[in-house]
Design a protein around this ligand. Structure first.
Ligand SMILES: C[S@@+](CC[C@H](N)C(=O)[O-])C[C@H]1O[C@@H](n2cnc3c(N)ncnc32)[C@H](O)[C@@H]1O
Ligand code: SF4
Ligand code: SF4
Length: 450
């Protein structure tokens, strides 16, 4: 029996979390299985059942042949055809890990661009930022929690002259490291350094041409961004393209994916617009129109057909759009699901440029503490914000008035609560994108004021 070296391990009490650094698959082994797994690893007699062994083999953790499947991520087409997958994915009950699996860390609020929706409210303003020694303090406290993945974000992280100092410090551990950038500051030597440090780089593009890209990312930015992607690809850096979907670029998404592919990049992430930071003020003017909302699923089906070889990541972009597919696998009992079934505070964490911790970028009112002054577990385990978000995830979706009567409440968790709080200032408001709004369902605040 051989063990897959791509799996990283983290103990959580007596449980064990396994994380595949190649495909980010995670597996939680509860205490008795974790014990058996350790015994197996050490070549001692173990009490794992044949089905446990089968499960570990299926996930590629162990192998009798010494060969481990390369586990490409599931294609978008395969996901869209699999009602079972969609049901499970969107109705998942998250396990509250002792620490996040992945962390998004804004290392500066400064930016050379000024995107109108920026959730970090970044701009060229001379924001104070943590000096490198304090960033390292934050990093070291974070590393005590053993996250598997850290994504350096901003602002524009490459504006920091000392960014490579931080990256090199983080590199001394085996955490998976990425950086998100607008791509305008990457020349060949920066690309070489990123390649040398095995960084995964996400570069943002919002339009396939200047006319569309400039609407959110600014004039004459696209050319520079494309130049940055070209040198990254030439240096052999694992690169992916990030696109925030708005009403301006919705019709041009296939063209953006074509551009991504033509640049030699095979991973495209499509991000939902959140009304956070600057995004709050422009949400109504940039969010998808009702017609576009109805066209999300056909768009994804078209992308799946045209780009079978690309990895297209869609986050909650398709949350409501997927429901007709998820319905096909729903259980007969039709029990309402729980609210807040997202990864915030269970698997993921956001750190802002001042070192403050939040469950997610979409929950800026829920500061959990600051890593310059607090230790990690007082933020993650004991802060009021973390406990509140986790407690809310145990409430049924029918806590939202309009969802009580909805015939989809057994396949719907009510959508992102951060969006609802930002737009309606109400934890239990109906999500701004719920399709039932259009047939008269209203959130509690509006209904009671009417
Ligand atoms: C905050 S930026 C920071 C890194 C870098 N400056 C960049 O633009 O990629 C990271 C990503 O977040 C996306 N983003 C910013 N504000 C957002 C919002 N309100 N909703 C959804 N995505 C957003 C950006 O489009 C970008 O792809
Ligand atoms: S989204 Fe990125 S490029 Fe745009 S203003 Fe924010 S930090 Fe800068
Ligand atoms: S009313 Fe909207 S948010 Fe509530 S359960 Fe139905 S579809 Fe989901």
């Amino acid at each position: 029996m051989e063990l897959n070296p791509d799996f990283l391990e983290r103990e959580e009490g007596e449980d064990l979390v396994l994380f595949n650094g190649k495909n980010r698959a995670t597996l939680l082994l509860p205490a008795p299985k974790a014990r058996g797994y350790r015994e197996l690893k050490e070549g001692r007699p173990h009490d794992l059942s044949p089905s446990d062994i089968e499960m570990l083999s299926r996930y590629g953790v162990i192998s009798t042949t010494g060969l481990f499947p390369s586990f490409p991520r599931r294609s978008l087409a395969a996901k869209l055809q699999d009602a079972h997958y969609l049901y499970d994915r969107y109705t998942k009950q998250y396990y509250s890990h002792k620490a996040p699996l992945g962390v998004l860390w804004s290392v500066t609020q400064r930016c050379n661009l000024r995107c109108p929706y920026c959730h970090a409210s970044a701009s060229s303003k001379n924001y104070a930022e943590l000096p490198i020694n304090e960033l390292i303090t934050v990093a070291d406290k974070l590393l005590t929690a053993h996250p598997f993945e850290i994504v350096l974000n901003g602002g524009e992280p490459l504006l920091r002259r000392d960014i490579f100092q931080l990256i090199e410090h983080l590199r001394s551990t085996n955490v998976l490291l990425s950086i998100n950038t607008n791509g305008t500051l990457i020349d060949a030597s920066t690309a070489q350094r990123l390649a040398h440090l095995s960084m995964i780089v996400g570069v943002s593009i919002d339009g396939p041409d200047e006319e569309v890209n400039r609407l959110t990312r600014g004039k004459r930015v696209l050319k520079q961004t494309i130049g940055g992607i070209r040198v990254l690809v030439a240096a052999g850096v694992t690169t992916h393209v990030l696109t925030t979907i708005t009403r301006h670029n919705f019709a041009r998404i296939p063209d953006i994916v074509r551009l991504t592919k033509s640049l030699g990049v095979s991973v495209q992430t499509l991000q939902d617009l959140h009304p956070a930071g600057f995004g709050k003020a422009v949400y109504d003017s940039l969010r998808l129109t009702p017609e576009q909302e109805d066209a999300v699923l056909p768009l994804l089906e078209g992308l799946a057909e045209e780009f079978p070889d690309m990895t297209i990541n869609t986050t909650e972009l398709s949350y409501f759009a997927y429901q007709p597919i998820a319905e096909r696998h729903a259980p007969k009992h039709k029990k309402p699901l729980n609210l807040f079934q997202c990864t915030a505070c269970t698997e993921t964490l956001y750190i802002d440029a001042a070192g403050n911790l939040y469950p997610c970028v979409a929950l800026p009112d829920f500061a959990m503490g600051n890593l310059l002054t607090d230790d990690f577990s007082s933020c993650w385990d004991r802060s009021l914000a973390a406990r509140t978000v986790r407690a809310a995830s145990r409430l049924p979706v029918t806590t939202i008035d309009a969802c009580r009567e909805c015939d989809r409440n057994y396949i719907c968790t009510g959508g992102c609560r951060g969006d609802a709080i930002a737009v309606y200032d109400d934890w239990f408001a109906l999500h701004p994108r719920c399709p039932r709004r259009r047939i008269g369902a209203q959130d509690r605040t509006i209904a009671s004021e009417a």
